[in-house]
Design a binder for this molecule. Sequence first.
Ligand code: PGA
Length: 241
Amino acid sequence: MKLIVTETYEAMSRAAYGVIGPLVSKKKDAVLGLATGSTPLGLYRLMAEDRTVSYRDVKTVNLDEYAGLPAAHSQSYAYFMRENLFRYLDILPQNTHIPNGVAPDPAEECARYDGLLDRLPRDLQLLGIGSNGHIAFNEPGTPFDARTHIVTLAESTVRDNSRLFDRIEDVPKQAFTMGLADIVRAKTVVLLANGRNKAEAVRRLIEEDADPALPASALKQHEDLYVILDREAASLLHETA
Ligand code: PGA
């Protein structure tokens, strides 16, 4: 594990771009696993601003999508990705993949996504982490060998995500998520965390053994894992605090 502790959110984002930018410059047809949430927004701004890097042959695969929200819905992750990243890049829309939140047959949609993940081995997977240690929507207790599945969101996740909705009742209760088995298959994994409310999950990830109670700990055995933090997310670490 490469643990990088930076001073600020901006510095965390720059450190992440220091991994992703050179990858895409060097490998024109890279496959990127992307994430939604507040955490990667600074990184996405840096990707959008750098006109020297082309995404014409890049493919992307996202981690998750709310069940029941169509891609056009302003709270869907498909919408988030278009608004915060894709519209600034020369990426082809047909090369961007995300689970279909309104698929008529959810089991079939999970199988479709697994097939996609098999066909598109990711060079890099970007991740945030939930305050309860989830990655994507793999909530505590998810088996490490799970593939794409539908989850019922943990109460803490609904609460955390309600800041982006008008009312907490509007937060969807279920989501499609890439499973832990596929997340760890990416060649390189970059996990970002900023802010004090991530510090305990980060401490457990770094300092405790792998345990499904902390889904992010599925990453511990990964051979090319970057954990990039701001000072607050690192504040409970005994070695660097
Ligand atoms: P956040 O979400 O980036 O909005 O904090 C991260 C996550 O829940 O995985």
